[in-house]
Structure formats: C-alpha cells, structure tokens
Design a protein around this ligand. Sequence first.
Ligand code: NAI
Length: 339
Amino acid sequence: SRHFAAEERQRSPQLDAQPTSAPGSGYNVAVLGSGGGIGQPLSLLLKLCPRVRDLRLYDVANTAGVAADLSHIATAARVSAHTGGDELPDALYGADLVVIPAGVPRKPGMTRDDLFNINAGIVRTLCEGVARYCPHAWVAIISNPVNSTVPIAAEVFKRAGTFNPAKLFGVTMLDVVRANTFVGEALGVDPATVNVPVIGGHAGVTILPVLSAGTPKLSVPEGQARALMARIQDAGTEVVKAKAGAGSATLSMAYAASRFVEACLRAMAGEVGVVECAFVASSLVTDLPFFASQLRLGPGGIAEFLPLPRLNAMEQGNFESMKAELRSSIQKGVDFMNT
Ligand code: NAI
C-alpha cells in the first residue's frame, strides 16, 4: 500500500524497488503544483482520463479544496490531497507518472530564464522526492525554464543513482499544440488533423517548428512561413501580455500537458505507435546533451528517437542559431547543481 509511513519507507528501500502498476489496471499520477493556474485545469483533465486510477494532488497550498471539488466528478479516478513537504512522500509513493507544473510563471517583460532562480530550487526539491519515493516513475516537467529545469532533474536523479533518461521529459507539447493550431488556421483545416513536429527547446529561438515537415503539407511563401514560425516562438509571450500580469498560459498548457500525459499512459499500457515531441536527454540526435525531438514511446519510456525531419534552408539557419542559447541554458541547469 502507498499508505506506509514515510519513515518506514526510508528504512525499507526494497519497497521503492516495487514495480509500478501493471498495464491495464490504471495508473497512479501525481501532479506537483496542482493548486496553480496550470495545476488545477490539468488535474481536471486528468480526472477525466480513464487510464488514471489514483490522482494525487500535491502543492504547498490549495490542495484540499481542489481535491474535494474534483472528487465529486463522476469518473473512476480517485483523488487525494497532499499539502506541504511532509505529505510529499504519500503523493509520490507508487506513482507511475509525476507531472510537475510547480513554480512561478512569467509576468510581462520577463523571459522564461528570469524564472530560473525560484523554479530551479523547486524542481530540485521535488525531484529529490521523486528519486526517493518513486524512482521508477516517468517524470514530465512543465516548470520553466524547461531548457534548464530538465537538466537539473537529470542531475538530481544521477546523484541519487536513479536516472533513467528514457523516463524524463520536458513538456514541449504546448509548442506543438500552438503550431498545429496556427498552421490549421493558415491551411483552413481543423487543427486536430494537423501535426507539426517542434524540435530544439522551449524558449524563444530554441523553439523550432519544422513547418516543412508538417502534415498536411503547408505550402506558403517563405515570408509567411517565417511569420508563422515567429508567432509560434512568441505565442507564450502573446498570452503573458494579454493576461497583463496575471500569469502565463494555463488553460492551453493544461490541455497540452494532459495530452502528453495521456500519450505516456497509452505507451505505458503497451499501445504501439505513440510518437510525441519532448525535451529529453538526447545523445543520438544532435551534439547537444538535451534536445526536443520526435520520440516513439513504449512501455519503458523512450523506445526510439526518430531521425530529425529534413530541414529546409530557413529551418536549418534557425537550428544553427539556436544551438548556443540552448547549450548555455542546459549548462546553467547543470551548474546550478554543482554549486
Ligand atoms: P501558478 O503560480 O499559477 O502555479 C504554480 C503552483 O506551484 C502554485 O499553486 C504554487 O503554490 C505551486 N508551488 C510553488 N512552489 C511549490 C513547491 N515547492 N512545491 C509544490 N508546489 C509549489 O503558475 P502556473 O501558471 O501554473 O505556471 C507554473 C509553471 O509552468 C511556471 O514555471 C510556468 O513558467 C510554467 N509553464 C510552462 C509551460 C510549458 O510549455 N512548459 C507553459 C506555461 C507555463
């Protein structure tokens, strides 16, 4: 049972070695930061997901009310509330997947990197909990700057001896969702039928939508393609400006994250052909240690790195010019853990 006292678990490390849920029986999903702007609608969408068995809501505040509210929804997922560090172990123990939207969001004029000082420490602490209480879980990180918080998570897991690069993901799904929406508008088709791979990272120029490799095929003049690419890269800032100090994207992010989590749970359950983009430890695709690209997911996490799509000249230019920024954001995360 996941209701063992935390101290007992610490004395019995073999409990942590228990396998995670068997396929088909539903999965235990923990949302860390569940009381926030993303956390609440994300938890709502996960409460509606038939593959979720236990939905553990963790935050430093605001969990009991959100959990009571969601628990009245007539779906099978069981909802529990866990508030503050003392209750983190129960939120995590036996979790198959942990999704992390904890942290501060941007205000107008801020870059994602401006969030580093606060969010780096939050992600480190939460990942230390993951390493201790659910070392086999898949981990999906939403907290920005993703280009640095994912390397921080990897360092935490390496130190704990639990790092499995196949199960650590930075969630870049919102970039894919935005690309699909804007390309759908440009093509005059239902965006649900569009699929544009987005590679690189999750900030400004590191977001590289490969418009030329999308389906259905988008044939527009280069100027229009450039404008579309810029809009996708700046779409987060569009929302930050419109919210005028009240935060960044939350509802579209919740949608994107629930889509990503559901894809993970389908892969975990053995569904074949699950392919999604995410920012991951990646050695085969480029010379950068972390990179977002298309991944085939299987029961154990990343099963295959798909080859990068063929880039046209404009995309290749963007690819070359993002590398330095992405490399330094990754290094910033690694350095944070070394100081
Ligand atoms: P928010 O401020 O509305 O919610 C954050 C939640 O995290 C709050 O409920 C807060 O209590 C909680 N929290 C703070 N410290 C915590 C800790 N130590 N442990 C557990 N919970 C803690 O912020 P919002 O809008 O939900 O954004 C969350 C993060 O997601 C931000 O870092 C934002 O930049 C990022 N984000 C990422 C996107 C992506 O595409 N990956 C898109 C949009 C936002």
